[in-house]
Design a protein around this ligand. Structure first.
Ligand SMILES: [Zn+2]
Length: 140
C-alpha cells in the first residue's frame, strides 16, 4: 500500500530520559552583607542613631561608604588616613592594582615606593607612599 506519509510499524524508541542536571551552585555572595574592608570605630557619628561604630564597606576616590554596626544605616564619609592603609593600590604603571605593602615587600618595589614618595606625578600616589614610608620605617 502506498501512503502519502511513510508509516512505520514501530514507534521510534525514545531516548533514555536524561538525568536531571545538577542545580547550579548558588552564588554565595548574593544576598549576603557586603565584604567589610575594615572597621572605623569612633570616627563618625551615625546620622541615624549616633553610634560611633562603623564598618567600611567600600572606598572610592577618597570617600568611604560606611555602615553603622548598630542600625545598619549607610553613609558616605571622607576617608580617614591610617585606618585602612593597605587599601591603597597603585592606579597605573608596573605595579597597577598592587598595594604599597606588597610592592614594598621586594627590594625593587621598595625603591619604587621611595621614589614615588618623592617624585610621583600623581599626588595621591605620592601621599600614599609618603604615608606608608612614615608608618613603616624601611629596614634598608
Ligand atoms: Zn546607626
Amino acid at each position: 500500500m502506498n501512503y502519502l506519509f511513510e508509516v512505520r510499524d514501530k514507534k521510534p524508541e525514545r531516548k533514555a530520559v536524561e538525568p536531571e542536571k545538577p542545580i547550579a551552585p548558588r552564588d554565595e555572595a548574593a544576598g549576603q552583607a557586603p565584604a567589610v574592608l575594615g572597621k572605623a570605630d569612633d570616627l563618625f557619628d551615625c546620622w541615624w542613631c549616633q553610634a560611633r561604630c562603623h564598618d567600611v564597606i567600600d572606598e572610592y576616590k577618597g570617600r568611604w561608604k560606611v555602615e553603622c554596626c548598630f542600625c545598619g544605616s549607610i553613609q558616605a564619609v571622607d576617608r580617614v588616613e591610617g585606618v585602612l592603609p593597605e587599601l591603597f593600590t597603585f592606579p597605573s604603571g608596573r605595579f597597577a592594582g598592587q598595594s604599597i605593602e606588597s610592592v614594598a615587600a621586594t627590594d625593587r618595589g621598595l625603591k619604587f615606593v621611595v621614589w614615588a614618595a618623592e617624585k610621583h606625578d600623581n599626588k595621591e600616589v605620592q601621599d600614599a607612599c609618603k604615608f606608608f614610608l612614615d608608618s613603616h620605617k624601611p629596614t634598608v
